[in-house]
Design a protein. Sequence first.
Lengths: 431, 453
Amino acid sequence: MVAIILSAFVSLGISMPRENTEPLLQNQPEKEVLANGLSVVYHKDNSSSISVVHILMQGGKRLEPEGKQGLAFLTTRLLVELPSQQVLQQLMNQATHISFFCRQDFSIIRMSCLSENLEEAVKLSTQILQNPLFSGIRTGRIKEQMNHYEKLEEDQPLNVAHAAAMATFFRKTPYAGGTYGTTASRKKIKKKDIEKYYEESVKAKNMIVSISTDLGKEETLEIMHQYFGNFPDEAPIEPTPISFLPREERIGDIEKDTQQTLVYTAYSLPKVSEKNFILSTMLQNLLGKGMDSRLWSLRTAKRLAYIVDARAFLMRDGGMLETFLETDQTKKERAIAELKKTIRDLYEKGISSEELAITKAYSKGAAIRENETKETKALNLATMEALGLGYDFLNRTLEEIDAITLEEFNGFIRGVLNPEKAVHITVGPTQ
Amino acid sequence: MPKWKFVIFIFTITLFLSFLNHSGQPEETRFYHFELDNGMKVYLYERHSIPLLNIVFAFDVGTKDETDETNGLVHILEHYILFRGTELRTGEQIGKDIRSHGAYFNAHTGRDLASFELSLPSAFTDFALNIQKEILFQLKLTQVELDKEKQIILEELSQIYDDPIKYGTSLVYQNLFQNHPYQKPIYGKKDIIENASVEQIQRFYQNYFVPANCALAVVGDFDMQEMQQKIKTMFGRLENRGFSPTKFEKIHPLNKNIEIEEEMDVKTGYLVIGTVGPDYNDEEKYMVDVLVEVLGRGVTPLLNQPLRGKRDLVQTISMGFGAYKYGGIIYLCLTLDPKKMTAAKREVLKFFKNTRSLNYSKSDYQGEAQFFALDYLESAKNQIKFRFHQAQEKGLNLALSMATHALRSDGTESGPFITNIQNTTSSDMRKAAADFLSKKGYVILSIVPKKNE
């Protein structure tokens, strides 16, 4: 996905309603700043014999110059390109997995391995990261892949609607535009752009490394010091604040020859803060997650759809909440009306204290599930730190969610779900 | 709620057996299994890494138990059980109760089995067991509620037709498992769904949703002794109504290739190729696990050689293996430039034919060549070992693996999963390739953009 999917990325560290609130994580995460300014967040987790490391580089899509969308993806992809057959063999033998993704505010390289191979895996990946090859052949091949990925994304109606909504809310800002860019924007990206992007983002004070592992703290941090301690000690990126154009209600139909029609409505979310983070997650859950959510009645009572959902995307300077359902073409108009009515009803009347309690309970359960694996835990630790919430927010959010009042939540609902500022999109047959 | 998963890893399905023998487990855990007097099989796995409880009930009923006239009824029943109420509560009340306990609730219909899963904070153990018992064993069927749910299922059917990979894979299954009960689509047929009566559904419910046809698995943050007691008290009182499962024939491979071409409103091309693989209780499944890992998964799958590199025929490669009680499927899913479709098909089939004579391990080479050769076999074993450990982190998947294993296994496993993987040799791979990949009998399904696109 282009942006951050809140449910996966920012799973909240919320414990459940026991007498005394307990933190979500069995072991408290800890942070250490290396001498060169690189932040390492360590979390001990004995649930398996693997380790997951996330190397986060601030910048992401917002570092892309105008007209060169796709640069963040292309550069990060080049940073995980294996330099030789020998390195390939080593990674294969160790079963080390290296993947990556780019978001609006940062890029992340993820490395997962058997804990017994952690040192070798970190050594190899940091070697590649510090000595990347930006050759024309490699760049050209990756651009071709990006062209293909762009088409794959366009085959899914939800991706099409999401991209259109992002373009509407964040037009003329680096937040708009797909991860892979377009044929034209990729063509404009030259080697010097890639080198500049690399130099701006791959430096110690601009990086956060999180690790969830069954290995001990001392042993782990020693590895981190050894292999991340020599990244350049230069000033981090100071992101230029993004300003948005005024919004108004917009409607668009995108034609696609499908059996169903996607009925989609999106709203903008305020910039990320501890409070907004919690409130956005709760609103997403209230609207579209699980049985008995607000949109659930469009499925069970109105029988309009098999899938109803809501997703919140949070970025440093603003976010987006999307709601959608997929329905038969013959029910399209009714689905549009019912979706609008359901959300307008919530906007106008707000929720009761009983529904707030249920929403809190659901959000807590979801948070525990979403933080079950090392992969999500390490990801959330790194991204929370990067967004300025602090790595320890994962455990602190429990108190924050319990502290949300009815007045606050209803106020947030009224601020976000303003029908006059919604973007309505359908994807499907137009006749 | 998605009830269909494209990727099925057999190693996950058999995972839990290995826990019993795995000494390297860093977390303190306990495992226990027993059978209630009424025939219900129970598997418990206690661990405390996160305050979560995961419960899965699986029943030995799936599309294999349907006929052409009843195809889709298990799927309807699964939906009804999830959403439409019991003798004590309406569907709406259940939804509210589930939500207010922070729970995730879902179900899956498959070829062999139907499963129902609940995941929630461990503080609500009693609620979890009670609600599952009520939903599964005190169902209230009415035509009014059934008719409501049918409309949602019909929406689900349409959704599948719009997704190239789901649709393509569904067609591959239907053509590969010809003349076998597995052939029928899991979601059912539109006309049967539209005309389903409450009496038909009731018959399935009464026949199959009995303790003796059921396995329960609980994974998570609980006390072993307490949990055993709770389950005995709560589920041991369910009436023993007996059950004699129907036996089916094993799937026979096709004796010729079947090619299907479809057009959709897509921007790129999709190629799905399937062939019959070993069943769940076949010892060769371990070899096929490793073979699939080598050919189509991992850091650099062997399929990269004919399909990527200089020829650059495809952009993404995904290979998998699913093993069911009476047969399995090995599938390959590629995305590519539609113009390269014909060449990609040809290369894949040629490559599969040669897999019975490929070198998979360094030991297959002599002299200096050994030094330069990539050891695909060793790498695949490590990849599987990695995923084996990784899978331990997700409680609901573990519970599902245990419950489904309890119903699929005939008890003839030769040892722990990881040991069987580690014992696989290069010769085993060639044998598995000769048995399952090197012969005709593929279903080859391509999806390309509509001509006017």
